[in-house]
Design a protein around this ligand. Sequence first.
Ligand SMILES: *Cc1c(COP(=O)(O)O)cnc(C)c1O
Length: 386
Amino acid sequence: MRNLPYARQDISQDDVDAVVRVLRSDWLTQGPVIGQFEDAVAAYCGARYASAVCNATAALHLACRALDLGAGDLLWTSPNTFVASANCALYCGASVDFVDIDPRTYNLSVDELATKLVRAEKIGRLPKIVVAVHFAGQPCDMEAIGALARRYGFAVIEDASHAIGARESMAAVGSCSHSDVTVFSFHPVKILTTGEGGMLLTNRAEIDAKVKLLRSHGITRDPSLMDEPSHGPWYYQQTELGYNYRITDIQAALGLSQLARLDAFVGRRRMLARNYDLLCGGLPIVLPYQQANVQPSWHLYVVRVPGDGRRTRNEVVANLRENGILVNVHYIPVHTQPYYRKLGFQVGDFPEAERYYDEAISLPMFFGLSEADQDRVAGQLRNILS
Ligand SMILES: *Cc1c(COP(=O)(O)O)cnc(C)c1O
């Protein structure tokens, strides 16, 4: 029987043709397709501006730079995320702290956030940025987080690496209605792919301008953005310390072609999630929580195996993997990573995220997964657990 990964891309003949067209064109990078891809994602999400970059990690870094995060500043995020959601602060010389998760959605808990803000205000250590991660494609309560942002004066970045195509109260994730910036990842395990790639969306013109400058060395060729007069048509001017975080036209062509299938990708994932709910309903495991007014994108379908610490979960993972079902675990709480422990964090600091980690399993979830594959996964779970 074939191995079932937890995630994989789906590449169509149209995707291949779109990439080949760019390979035969005049520009492999910095050509016309990047702008078309940006405009299409911005239109899909209902955001004013979009900037495609080489990956979501770079996008998070640029978002922090554009929001002026620097030494002495604080960024807060969820411990239940990929390390990049926190590392972006350290790149800027700022510090990181975490807000423990909601035991049902596994997103950063808005109650914990509110409590922590009260304490932080008293001691004068409010965050400059909060990174809200839409874990597994379940949108955070952005209205509540946006209200806290206005009350306490912090900026909000949505790390929507899992959540392109998700909706909250009918608004598409990426509209930035309650945030300053939204970031998407186009890594092959995510909802849609460009190989490597990422995008930043914003409704704020000054953030968009800064991101577009910083993604290409802090260099401009636009005389209206220069600090000093142009020397001539060859002239460019560096006005900031930027990076080479550009995406290529080759990648943008793949992304634009994949975007045409985004609704199909997410629709299929929603069907697969409902089917897992039915197949796993009777098992002694905790299924994903369904929030009201939310349509997740289902990047991950996570079940929890309650047990004594990690032992039961580890046995289930080992058994599934021995049977070719290559499940994964998302996420090792960031504060428990050795690098973060060296910064002063300890096991025990964020108990809800740690308890969750001990019990979580990400079942196979991708566009090409069949109902027969799901029967196999659920059947194996039934064998182990009953
Ligand atoms: C994948 C991921 C990232 C990083 O994305 P890259 O495009 O690989 O840099 C950041 N945050 C979260 C939550 C992710 O899942």
